[in-house]
Design a protein around this ligand. Structure first.
Ligand SMILES: [Zn+2]
Length: 258
């Protein structure tokens, strides 16, 4: 984010002072008390007053003289600096706090929704996940790879057979943009070593943000078509503008179960 900041000077009229003999014009004249202030700002939102000076201006000749803050207070005059200049930083901090609060709430609600989903997994559930952090997904650990998991069926008891998408992206937005094009690899099933995840593991992946989103068809049925088991893993090429990686078939020498 571009750090945009600056500084400036402003002045505010504090009020009128009783007449007195002006040392400049020699006339008996009223004076105006003025507060001159320096401020700095960040994005024009975080304003701080850095310095205040006090002056009087003769209403007769306009001569400016030094003034004292204590005298201004004694005369019942306040600085009258606009609120946003004085307290703008509070508004800025408040806004950021509000945004942070909302975002934490949204995260918490999303996580709760996902925990509810994985506590009772249903066939056809689609989960967005960082596949690189799921051993057995076919993606190498180390570099983030965002793809999807599709719950195929119960593996018996507390375990579930899960297919991984055959393409994943190094950025979440790559996955988001190409969600509709994803296919699910079941090669692991063909090999007799399907990716099986327990309810507990699913919950742990949600808790650690490895699984960060999920969809369930309203009718409870499968969202997409059943994965084609005769398709060669890795046949799908590059899609979209984010960097994608296709599924690595087992035995390709790039083991992912480390
Ligand atoms: Zn004067």
């Amino acid at each position: 984010m571009l750090l945009f900041y600056g500084s400036g000077e402003g002045k505010s009229v504090m009020g009128d002072l009783p007449e007195q003999i002006c040392p400049s014009c020699g006339n008996r004249a009223a004076r105006t008390a003025v507060c001159v202030w320096d401020y700095v700002h960040l994005w024009y939102l975080f304003n701080f007053i850095t310095k205040r000076r006090y002056r009087t201006v003769c209403k007769g000749c306009g001569a400016v003289a030094e003034y004292d803050r204590a005298d201004a207070r004694a005369a019942g005059l306040s600085d009258r600096i606009p609120f946003m200049k004085r307290k703008g930083w509070m508004v800025g901090v408040g806004l950021i706090a509000l945004i942070a609060f909302i975002s934490v709430r949204v995260d918490a609600e999303n996580r709760q929704r996902l925990q509810d989903m994985v506590s009772a997994p249903a066939t056809g559930d689609i989960y967005k996940a960082n596949l690189a952090k799921i051993p057995g997904s076919g993606y190498k650990p180390g570099k983030d790879m965002f793809g999807t998991l599709m719950l195929l069926e119960s593996g018996g008891g507390d375990r579930f057979l899960v297919a991984t998408s055959n393409t994943a992206w190094d950025k979440k937005k790559g996955l988001t943009r190409n969600m509709d094009d994803l296919e699910y690899s079941v090669s692991r099933l063909d090999n007799g070593e399907p990716l099986t995840l327990s309810r507990e593991e699913l919950a742990a992946y949600v808790e650690s943000d490895v699984i960060y989103d999920g969809e369930r068809d309203a009718e409870g049925g499968a969202r997409g078509e059943a994965p084609a088991s005769d398709r060669e893993p890795g046949e799908k090429g590059e899609m979209g503008d984010a960097e994608s990686v296709t599924w690595l078939p087992p035995g390709s020498g790039e083991g992912s179960d480390a």
